[in-house]
Structures are given as structure tokens and as C-alpha cells.
Design a protein around this ligand. Sequence first.
Ligand code: RFL
Ligand code: PHB
Length: 395
Amino acid sequence: MRTTVGIIGAGPAGLLLARLLHNAGIDSVVLESRDRAYVERRQRAGILEQGTADVLRAAGAGERMDREGLRHDGIELRFDRTRHRVDFPGLTGGRSVMVYAQTEVCKDLIALQLREGGPLLFEAEALAVEDAGTDAPRIRFRHEGREDVLECSYVVGCDGFWGVARKAIPAGLTQVFERTYPFGWLGILADVPPSHDELVYARHDRGFALLSMRSPAVSRLYLQVADGTDPGAWDDEEIWDELERRFETDDDWYLQRGPITQKTVTPMRSYVHEPMRHGRLFLAGDAAHIVPPTGAKGLNLAAGDVVTFARALIHRQETGSPELLDAYSRTCLRRVWQAERFSYDMTTLLHRAPGATAFEDRLQLARLERIASSRAAETDLAEAYTGFPFGPAGE
Ligand code: RFL
Ligand code: PHB
């Protein structure tokens, strides 16, 4: 088998890349180790930056998103029993975000790829990327019980944090920057209308809580829990009781309860692998970097990477110049580090670390008060939350 771009992984990064390349007349093959149902059900991100939504639209994958997605013009910060709304368009010159689940983005892109695009093989596990540093990289993979090789002009590792692509870059050429946090998120899906029409990020002495949603009928909520917590250790009423405590306010706001249909625990990590390219192997999305979910940036960074790669390859095909491909890692990392910074700030602003001192608690409240009372501080948050533009030079 031979293709121009071998793509490992059919998460949002791999699927969007295949679509962008197809639209530019560049052929690709996508290898995905899981089955289709699994990829379409995996609960993860919920927030698309305006730039991500625009890219999906321009790629012809925005129709259902525009019909069913919910445009959000702000978020609420809740602390010390008070509520503060951050108005995105007012602070950013009109920008907003879209609530449209990653599962739905993936379903839309999979349907398009199977109907119009190149091969997308499920249950096809990449075993290794070989000859990554040469002009003829190859992906060794297993599909339907047998091993095969995909010969490529370029390989893009979109295979997430646990994938194999990153391992093909010699360790001596790489640097890893990492931080793990001593807590995780217990996430639930519940069949109940969201108790607020925008997301609520709550800082509480008992820990962080987040109210989000999947649709007008389905709530998505998160609780900060101790690292390594077993989701089964929390029964449903305990979860609602704890959410209620952390969202408490002095007004008459209340949290509506409903049947919980899913419970999972996610660890929190910041991670960056540099560089994001070795020869003709490029890393994109979670394969190269992880952010804690507090800033809602992971999927959006994945989209930024593959847009950067697609533009660079198209530029190469059209002009013969490898200039943008050569700049890929540098271009992506500028945006990645801004997202790392913002996600770290949001995480440390809102979570209570085990053993936090009273001094640190007061500092968190002072940081929140500052956002609530200074247009400059609030604008900084709104600009980062709605997203940094996807330009080729990161501007
Ligand atoms: P993915 O989605 O992990 O996809 C990688 C794919 O590669 C496949 N794979 C392989 N295929 C073939 N051969 C192999 N050897 C393979 N190894 C792996 C996997 O099966 C998988 O299908 O990575 P991608 O595409 O880079 O996308 C990244 C996003 O999924 C991730 O950053 C976001 O979900 C993070 N995230 C959020 N991001 C946002 O932008 N906004 C949010 O609101 C947001 N909320 C979240 C989140 C992540 C969360 N969790 C569970 C980590 C909330 C949570 C709780
Ligand atoms: C979600 O809806 O899953 C979600 C929203 C915002 C975040 C993280 C997750 O910051």
C-alpha cells in the first residue's frame, strides 16, 4: 500500500487532517486501532473555539454543528458564593465559542471521510513508524489479523498521548516538558437540562467543579477528585450533593439533578514534546502535547496543528518550497505554549491542591477578584478562552 500522507489515528486531529487534504486533492490513508463505535462514543471535549468552528465550516464539515451546536457568548466564574459572568464578544471584538461535543465532530468527519475521502481503516493498529528521518517513511500496521506496510511520502502521528508515532523520534533529539497535577476530574453525563445556560467554572474550598452541557437536554458536569479516584467509589447522590455544595451561591440558583448515564475519571497533565517533527514524520494533537482540560484547549490545539500541516504541505505542492513544512514545529509550538500557559493558569486558579495553605487560598480569591474587577484581566481570559488565531506564523 502507498499513499502521500499516512495518518495514524482517527481522533479529531487525524480525521480533520484527512478532510483538509482531501479538499486540497492530496491523498491520504487513515489507520485507527479502535472500532468505529468506540471512536464515536468516547466522551471528551465539548468546546470549540471560534477558529476551530470556522475551520470545520470551511472544510464542509460544519453543517450539523451549525444546526445543533450551541453558540456561547460567555462563561460564569463562581467563587465565594458569588457569580461573575465573562462576556466574550464584548471583550474580544465579537468572538465566541461553540458547544458541540468531540463525539459529534468525529461522527461528522467519519461520515464525510467514508463517503467522499480516502481509505479510513478501523481496527488497524500502527505498530511502528520506520525510516522517519528519510524521504520514504513507512508505517508498519496490523489489520484483520495480518501485518502490512503503508509506504508514505509523509507520516502524521495523530495517535494521541499513548500512540507509537512519537517513539520514532530518536530520544537524543527530543526534549519533554511535563507536569502532573495531584488531582483529577470525575466527569458525569446526566439526562437533565443544564442548570445554567452557559458553562460555570467554580472555585470552592472543597475543590473545583464545572457545569457544562452536551445539548439542551443533557448536562456534563465535573468534580475535582483526588488523583487515582475510582469512579465507582462515588454513588450518584454523593456526586450531586458534592456538586451542589461546590456550586453554592447566595442567590436562588439551584442545581437540577437527573439520572447519571456515565461516570469517568480523567487525570490532569501538562506535557509538551519538542520538536513536533522529525524528517517526514510530523506529530499533531495529543501525540505531541497535553493540556489539563480546565482551559478547554486540547481539541482546539489538535485542530490548529493539522491546519498548519495541511497549509504547509499545500504550499509545498504548489510552490515546491519546503519552507512552511520546515517551520511546522516552531509554528505549532508557539500556539501550544500559549495554550499550556492558559490551561495551567486556569487549573491553578480554580483547583484546590492537597495541602494548599490559607495564603494560597487567599491568592486564588485575589486572582479571581482581579478578573472580576479589571477589564484588562478579564480580557486576557476572554481572548485566551475564545482562542488564538490559526495563522501560518501563529498570528
Ligand atoms: P485522540 O482523540 O486521543 O485520538 C487519537 C486516536 O489515535 C488512535 N490510536 C491509534 N491508531 C492506530 N494505531 C495506533 N498505534 C494508535 N494509538 C492510538 C486512538 O484510538 C485515537 O482514536 O487525539 P487527538 O486527535 O489529538 O485529539 C485530541 C483531543 O481528543 C483532546 O485533546 C481533547 O479531548 C481534550 N479535551 C478537551 N479539549 C478541548 O479542546 N475542549 C474541551 O472542552 C476538552 N475537554 C478534553 C476535555 C479531554 C478530556 N479527557 C477525557 C482527557 C475533557 C476531558 C474530560
Ligand atoms: C466539556 O464540556 O466536556 C468541557 C467543557 C469545558 C472544559 C472542559 C470540558 O474546560
